[in-house]
Design a protein around this ligand. Structure first.
Ligand SMILES: Nc1ncnc2c1ncn2[C@@H]1O[C@H](COP(=O)(O)OP(=O)(O)OP(=O)(O)O)[C@@H](O)[C@H]1O
Ligand SMILES: [Mg+2]
Length: 253
């Protein structure tokens, strides 16, 4: 069966520089798929290619069974794919509210303001800060603003590049909490992460990209327990948690 997103034998890069060297992967509807890999492996390049900023030199990309390789980013956005780039993509000098409105600029209907209100109901911290400039938000609040903005476009698939980079562990949990909530509504996520351990815990399925090729793929917990992945990405000092192992008891109040 074809997935929501299917990438086959993808070769892409910059000018004559080949970065992706034949990548195969898929994302099913409402699935959380994570890709980890070292710096420079080509993870961001893959997202840029799926979203149409780069065109495949070889191979194909399908969305819902239709080829999208070679379409422009606005065309891909209209087909239900949103892309949150690495680093912050909110406009710091605009208010939280205006960032949300701007996020919906490709919509042609008149219900945007109503939908912004609905989205603000789901992100109370953003409602509180709706008149603040985005530049005063904390890192975690900016990530929430990015996710809220994406919701206004009712996407089928969200591409997230390093969504938890630089965030404190509790905030990382909040970001993934929201990802799980949105997935429960049918939105699929393809997430690129350096924070391998956390990301793999939240993944239905995962891929490890090395030097432009998929080196391992499997269910999130399989990849988490894979000895080579452990050695290379998770630090050999921390053994995998046993299935069904109980978390340590919380510290006394
Ligand atoms: N605009 C560009 N022009 C030329 N080469 C680029 C460009 N962007 C990235 N590259 C090169 O492509 C390779 C892959 O980069 P990419 O950003 O996709 O890696 P990554 O896996 O996302 O790494 P990181 O984990 O550091 O974000 C790197 O060698 C990088 O130097
Ligand atoms: Mg990157």
């Amino acid at each position: 069966m074809r997935g929501l997103l299917e990438v086959r034998d993808l070769v892409a890069g910059y000018d004559r520089r080949e970065v992706l060297r034949g990548v195969d992967l898929c994302v099913q509807p409402a699935e959380i798929v994570v890709m980890i890999g070292p710096n420079g492996a080509g993870k961001s390049t893959l997202l840029r290619t799926v979203f149409g900023f780069l065109h495949p030199q070889r191979g194909q990309i399908w969305l819902d069974g239709e080829p999208i390789g070679g379409l422009t980013p606005p065309e891909i956005l209209r087909r239900g794919v949103c892309y949150v780039m690495q680093g912050y993509s909110v406009l710091p000098q605009l208010t939280v509210y205006d960032n949300l409105l701007l996020g919906a600029y490709v919509r042609r209907d008149r219900k945007v303001r109503e939908d912004v209100e609905r989205v603000l109901d789901r992100f109370p911290i953003l409602r509180e800060r709706r008149r603040n400039k985005a530049r005063v938000l904390s890192g975690g609040e900016r990530r929430m603003l990015e996710l809220a903005r994406v919701l206004l476009l009712s996407p089928k698939l969200v591409l997230l590049d390093e969504p938890t980079l630089g965030l404190a562990p509790a905030v990382v949990d909040q970001v993934y909490g929201m990802v799980h909530e949105l997935r429960a509504q049918g939105i699929a996520f393809f997430v690129v992460e350096q924070n391998a351990r956390t990301a793999l815990r939240h993944a239905d399925r995962a891929y490890v990209l090395e030097q432009g090729r998929v080196r391992f793929e499997g269910r999130g917990e399989e990849i988490l327990r894979h000895p080579e992945v452990q050695r290379a990405y998770l630090g050999s000092l921390s053994p995998p948690e046993e299935p069904g192992a109980k978390p340590p008891p919380p510290p006394p109040e």
